[in-house]
Design a protein around this ligand. Sequence first.
Ligand code: M6R
Length: 613
Amino acid sequence: MCGIVGYVGKAPVVETVLEALRRLEYRGYDSAGIAVLNGRGIEVRKRVGKIEALVESIRRQPIRDGHIAVCHSRWATHGEPTEANAHPHTDCKQTLAVVHNGIVENYAELKSQLLAKGHRFRSQTDTEVIAHLVEEYAKREPLDCAFRHALKELRGSYAVCLLSKHEPHRLFGAKNSSPLIVGVGKREAFFASDVPAILGRTRRVVYLNDHEVVELSASGPRLTTLDGKRLHRKATTVAWDVAAARKEGYPHFMLKEIHEQPATIEQTLFNRLDAGKRRLTFDRRTKQFLDRLSPNEKFIVIACGTAYHAGLVGEYMLEECTRIPVDVDLASEFRYRGAQLGRDTTVIAITQSGETADTLASIQMAKAHGAKTLAICNVMGSSIARAVDAMLYTHAGPEIAVASTKAYTSQITALALLTLYLAKRRACLPPAQWRRLFDGLAKLPEAVQRALETERAVKAVAGEYARARNFYYLGRRYNYPSALEGALKLKEICPVIHAEGYAAGEMKHGPISLIRKGWPVMFVAPHSSVYEKVISNIEEVRARKGACIVIASEGDPAIKRHADSLITIPRTEEFFSPVVAAIPLQLFAYYVADANGCDIDQPPNLAKSVTVE
Ligand code: M6R
């Protein structure tokens, strides 16, 4: 959460950093601010609300330009979203400006020490202590030493950038458990929370590790440890291009990303699935990791939000096809449940961003307990990608909308690859069934493309139900997670609606009491081994006059008489149905939210990457 940008170079700095910050707005958007070093010293401007409010203020009353600046979009943790609490924060004399993402857990203690020394605070944030701490140390030592000294005092997480009036050609930055990357351009360099910020200026990125300190000049980064020991690291070139970080004619990133799914699934399969030879493979490290798993291996999948729902689908896939026992846990719960981990346990993290605080902490805990670790992750070089023993990148490209869509279907695709690879190695499936599933996986992009053809029908159904304020989403087995995910999508982007996902068989154990005339219930009921059971659940709702919206497979003439509204998707193996069903569920949420005038890409109170616990 929170987006950070720092820039040093020859380009007009205000425009450059604001452009980069706009590409990070998905990370937090309750206030924004900028600090520019110009002929007047450090000039700071902050506004409550989205980045556009800051841009508008600068348009009306321009800031004098310079060549070095930091800026920030905030997702409040300590202190309300006010102008005073917006970043950048400065020291007493406004010679330093700091932007920060994370939580300084010992800020209260540090603040009272600094207050006792005469420092004057202007905000209620934890971040402001960093500016005053550096100011305090800089009374006695050069700025780089003072910065390191201050960092050593901080407990908690941080990605921080520092601008000083006395250092017109260098910024300072560091990270610990919060993301920060360096972009290296032509005679210019950036700090940023995430790669999309710098796409369009450069694709050369230096990934930072925790406790590393960077002095950034236009010629590039100089890395050291917290103790000042020099480190050397080459920039890597990222594959994402700038189009991926633009709407490209779509009204919202979410809609664009929904439409990208045939291509992103193809990307997840690329170089791993050889359709001609009916063969699956992974990069050397991942393959070795999988080939060395014990015959008694146990998997624990950990994730948050949408990624957790992908993990639940993976549980059905892996247990059915590989007979490996699988537990799926919310990362925020796993950390505290005292799970029994050992050498024969693999903890699998699923995460789009690779930065989710609870998922990262769970992986660190798993490693400390001797478990093996694997991640299914979208962002190269992210903290989780670097922490685990083996990686399965989803290659879905940058996901900008807060609501996860293409990352979800790519995560399930990666789980399908993993399942079929292990099923073959362990000879767990009859060969004909394995071949059927393999062929289904190879054709998944095509099935998803066809599922997108439901868009017009889904939009019409969404229009019919847009005024409802409560929804249930129900499904069974592979599509129980689909129900959870469909409900999450709707309530996430349409905050005037409450939606709840349940296992369809659970209805009569409580939730059915709420059903009354016209109460909308979305059933995910494709062709499957539990189809008849789901039909019975539909009838239970209809008997109470609930309105059933049913997602069913093409070629199911019987379903019509059970549905008030019907959406048909291509028929696939049950194994793949959560991917295909995800498309109308995402589109439904999108069009209901749109009809309600919601801020689809940036729903209130949310941030794309949850880097605090
Ligand atoms: O980056 P991650 O996949 O680790 O993020 C996990 C969740 O925060 C995320 O899936 C969240 O639930 C989405 N906004 C849902 O659309």
